[in-house]
Ligand binder design. Structure first.
Ligand SMILES: *Cc1c(COP(=O)(O)O)cnc(C)c1O
Length: 433
């Protein structure tokens, strides 16, 4: 298996190179040169297989021999060491809860897989891997937790001072060890600008492997296929489900589409969006028009130019009609999202975070037109990560799960820097030595 750059197919890399680089030279996205077909015996056996076995079978062809089977299997055992329950939430709807990992968001799986794989490649190579990431909240926590203690790696996280929630800040700043939090006296755009500048600085990069861990990395993107297989492994109905996915950068749903092309039985996908509706508009009009993101209560999906859109086009050979046949989309307002949270709490006693609620609402809209098919929504974050909205709308406090209970008492370890490049250079130099 090789990975080519969508914008320049002459650039070809192995799984190892593509994971370590993140992005191909000159920018753009990596894409696998084939989509493996799964044996029907594998699909039928899903309910009997362990999570690690499922993860191993899915990722083995993608890894293409750059990791031994033993190493890949033990990485999968480690990465998938928490639960992914499929819970029935009303008469014909189930929620696949992806928020039982260490940072309570679905990004844990992809970030953990990436960190273990990079850690393995780091010990096999000579250069220290320095992961540089700018975060507006959720990604930083998942990446910090995933890389904490992974040998051969150092992680530098830039976050905007005073602009992340208290829980998020603690998730970034209390680990220590190989995790270095830089509190930038500026906004998220400053953080991103500094990171971009560092990636262009050849002198700074000498002697280390400077890489990013954002969601376009193939290791993060493709490992998310495991979610869809775990959903089907627990699916109690005979007919294939409709699956609604809360979508922002479209990495998660694009992984689901790959799994479906490999043979996983999914009837239809729904890309559930908030007010950021460029994909919804694309399906309606066949025109893709990126926009500036607008702020919503499901803020992890506030994306105006989804980075995985190109991959969806590639998967369907740029055929708008083919995309439309398998994927629908709806754009859900904040007001409707709040109504969904409130009525699900009242009627079913099920508390949803705003992202998950967007998916539930979008599934309902699809059913109005297409009939009452049994469906799955992906629960992408624990409601406790969005306490302001959820407690206001439901009128009841959310109990704090163990994973975050102790964190608020821990000491914050961070270095405050001015939003200028020299300050970042000094911080990176410090980690290099
Ligand atoms: C990142 C995120 C999403 C969006 O996932 P994409 O793969 O970017 O589409 C949805 N919900 C939550 C809670 C997230 O953190």
């Amino acid at each position: 298996m090789h990975y080519y750059s969508i914008s320049n197919p002459n650039i070809q890399s192995s799984f190892r190179e593509a994971t370590l680089e993140g992005q191909p030279m000159g920018g753009g996205l990596y894409f696998p040169d084939q989509i493996p077909l799964w044996d029907s015996s594998f699909i039928q056996a899903l309910p009997q297989l362990s999570k690690a076995e499922i993860g191993f079978r899915i990722m083995q062809p993608y890894v293409g021999g750059t990791l031994s089977d033993d190493v890949l299997f033990s990485i999968m055992e480690d990465v998938l060491s928490f639960d992914f329950p499929l819970k029935k939430i009303n008469v014909n709807t189930w929620c696949l809860e992806l928020f039982h990992g260490p940072t309570l968001a679905f990004k844990d799986l992809g970030a953990r897989f990436l960190s273990r794989v990079m850690g393995h490649f780091a010990t096999a190579g000579q250069r220290k891997i320095v992961v540089l990431v700018a975060t507006s909240g959720d990604t930083g926590g998942a990446v910090a937790d995933a890389f904490h203690g992974v040998e051969g790696t150092e992680v530098i996280i830039l976050y905007p001072s005073g602009k992340v929630s208290p829980v998020q800040e603690k998730q970034l700043t209390t680990l220590g060890g190989n995790i270095h939090a830089l509190e930038v006296l500026g906004d998220f755009d400053d953080c991103q600008r500094l990171v971009k500048q560092a990636f262009q600085d050849e002198k700074l990069k000498s002697g280390i492997l400077l890489t990013s861990s954002n969601s376009i990395n193939i290791s993060r993107w493709l490992s998310q296929q495991v979610y869809y297989a775990l959903a089907l492994a627990q699916w109690p109905e005979d007919n294939a489900p409709v699956i609604a996915v809360p979508s922002g950068n479209f990495g998660n749903i694009c992984a689901g589409l790959v799994a479906q092309q490999s043979g996983l039985p999914v009837k239809h996908f729904i890309a559930a969006c908030n007010a950021n509706n460029v994909f919804t508009n694309y399906l309606d009009t066949a025109i893709y028009q990126p926009k500036h993101a607008v702020a919503t209560i499901s803020n992890a999906m506030d994306v105006g130019n989804p980075s995985n859109f190109e991959r969806i086009l590639q998967l369907f050979n740029k055929d708008h009609g083919a995309v439309k046949k398998l994927v629908s989309s709806a754009s859900i307002s904040d007001a409707d999202t709040e109504i969904t949270i409130s009525s699900m709490a009242k009627e079913q006693g099920y508390i949803m975070d705003p992202h998950t609620a967007v998916a539930y609402n979008a599934l309902g809209k699809w059913r109005q037109k297409n009939g009452d098919h049994a469906g799955i929504i992906l629960g992408t974050a624990h409601p406790v990560k969005f306490p302001d909205v959820v407690e206001r709308v439901t009128g009841t406090p959310i109990s704090i799960p163990e994973a975050v209970a102790g964190i608020m008492e821990k000491d914050k370890l961070s270095t405050t820097i001015k939003p200028d490049y020299q300050s970042l250079q000094e911080a990176i130099q410090h980690v290099k030595n």
